[in-house]
Design a protein around this ligand. Structure first.
Ligand code: ASP
Ligand code: MG
Length: 478
């Protein structure tokens, strides 16, 4: 059994949906369970619809809703969907309209209601995928993910309750996904991103969460592999918009991919990897616009993420960057040798629910970076009671990731040599020993990446990197 997850761009219109059906047909012997995102852009539209409802912009709201419904119905018409599917889409759009009218009437949008609104993208899209599969001659049926993905009630960012998911998946999903004994057992199709609390209230796993759904289900089903279908040829060594010579990575370890995803690589949702990593299930990132039949092998396209990637002669796997962050310096001589100093600093960030990314300390100063700068003035205010605080926005973290650096001396010297023209504001070599991070001014990012890529990927190991032109490989989002 395998999981195939199709992102928004792999669902964006009738042409994409037909491709999806062809790809699934090719994988039919592997008994796929299919997880789909909302059509590209739909979740963003739903966010807008919710705020239109809140501001009482009735005419715009009606127009936007109509456009959303039309987009789904038009795709369905083009793939030759049945009238039952049409009714289903119309029914869902009616419920969405009622929900938005409710939001307009009470003038309030709670996180719980927001999740209800956002869930419609992934409740509408499986109907399209099922219609596309049937049009292609494949038996398929839609399952409601919310029966399987049981979560806590942290709306907008709900956490899966694995102990409850496991029995649900075994009892309900497994029989419905077919036992593989016949070629005609219908394929199970369901929306990603959404779940429900024990009481059955709809939740979402956070933006980009469909990958996470795929991994949760893959782990619960002990899938042979998880295929994440997107619109790029896999993970690349760096952002090709900044560095056109970026290369496809054929094989990367979970640890490396998680590190680089956290620091800005957009192809994979960072949390995606956890359930797959725990169960040691290989994850493939594949391009639905340029797919090849047969079991993926990484030779011509795709990236394999697995527990162990083979050793390579190339020092780093990739250079990722997280832009638009802020660097905060906290200095206090009063706290010299005193205990509890770090705690006091981090408490100030925690109280404002502000995650800290990178940290470097000396006895009297602590430098750290945050991506979310909204509450920095409040945090600085609190810290200024016992320390001197400076913060500066428009910064970026560059993160060079690779398991090979663990055993090689002189790596830092080579990094600094490549960056010798750039003002480095902070350095961190993580405890995992597989990444080196530097903080630089955001405006220096293109020059720094260009220079690092030239220094470290001039002679890429062909066992690990695809040497095809990266011109077609643009960095995607789904
Ligand atoms: N549709 C959701 C989003 O846009 C989830 C996903 O696509 O992964 O965030
Ligand atoms: Mg995505």
């Amino acid at each position: 059994m395998i999981i195939m997850k199709f992102g928004g761009t792999s669902m964006e219109n009738a042409a994409a949906l037909s491709r999806l059906a062809e790809i699934v047909a090719d994988r039919r012997p592997d008994r796929p369970v299919i997880v789909v995102s909302a059509m590209a852009g739909i979740t963003d539209r739903l966010v807008e619809l919710a705020s239109l409802a809140l501001t009482g912009a009735e005419i715009y709201l009606a127009q936007a809703l109509e456009a959303l419904e039309k987009r789904h119905l038009e795709a369905l018409r083009q793939i030759g969907g049945e009238s039952e599917a049409r009714q289903k889409i119309e029914g869902l759009c009616r419920s969405l309209r009622e929900l938005l009218q409710g939001i307009a009437a009470v003038g309030e949008l709670t996180p719980r209601t927001r999740d209800a609104v956002l869930s419609f993208g992934e409740r509408l899209s499986p109907t399209l995928a099922v219609a596309a599969l049937r049009a292609h001659g494949l038996a398929a049926h839609e399952l409601d993910t919310r029966h399987f993905i049981v979560t806590d009630n942290q709306f907008n960012q709900a956490q899966p309750l694995y102990d409850e998911i496991q029995p649900q998946v075994q009892q309900e999903l497994l029989p419905a996904a077919g036992d593989g004994s016949s070629d005609n057992s219908p394929l199970a199709v369901m929306g990603g991103f959404i779940g429900a609390t024990r009481q059955g209230v709809t939740t979402t796993l956070g933006r980009g969460g469909s990958d996470f759904s795929a991994a949760i289900l893959g782990a619960a089903l002990n899938a042979e592999r998880i295929e994440i279908w997107t619109d790029v040829n896999g993970m690349l060594t760096t952002d090709p918009r900044i560095c056109p010579t970026a290369l496809r990575i054929k094989h990367i370890s979970f640890a490396e991919a998680a590190e680089s995803a956290y620091y800005g690589a957009k192809v994979l949702h960072p949390a995606t990897l956890l359930p797959a990593m725990q169960k040691n299930i290989p994850v493939w990132i594949l391009n639905s616009r340029a797919w090849l039949p047969g079991r993926p092998d990484g030779e011509r396209t795709g990236t394999l993420v697995s527990s162990h990637a083979p050793r390579s002669n190339t020092l780093f796997k990739c250079i990722s960057c997280k832009r638009g962050i802020a660097l905060v310096d906290v200095v206090s001589t009063r706290m010299l040798m005193a205990h509890g100093y770090m705690k006091a600093i981090f408490d100030a960030f925690a109280r404002q629910s502000c995650p800290v990314d990178m940290v470097a300390t000396s006895e009297v100063s602590v430098s750290l970076t945050v991506a979310d700068t909204a509450n920095l003035p409040e945090i600085a205010d609190e810290l200024s009671r016992f320390a001197e605080v400076r913060y500066q926005g428009k910064m970026a973290i560059l993160c060079m990731v690779g398991e090979n650096i663990r055993y090689r001396p002189g790596v830092a010297a080579r990094v600094f040599d490549a960056l010798k023209h750039i003002n480095i504001r902070m350095i961190s070599q993580g405890a995992s020993e597989i990444n080196i991070g530097v903080v630089i001014a955001d405006e220096d990012v293109p020059a720094a990446i260009e220079s690092l890529h030239r220094a470290f990927f001039q002679d890429p190991d062909p066992a690990i990197f695809g040497i095809e032109s990266s011109a077609q490989a643009v960095l995607g989002s789904n």
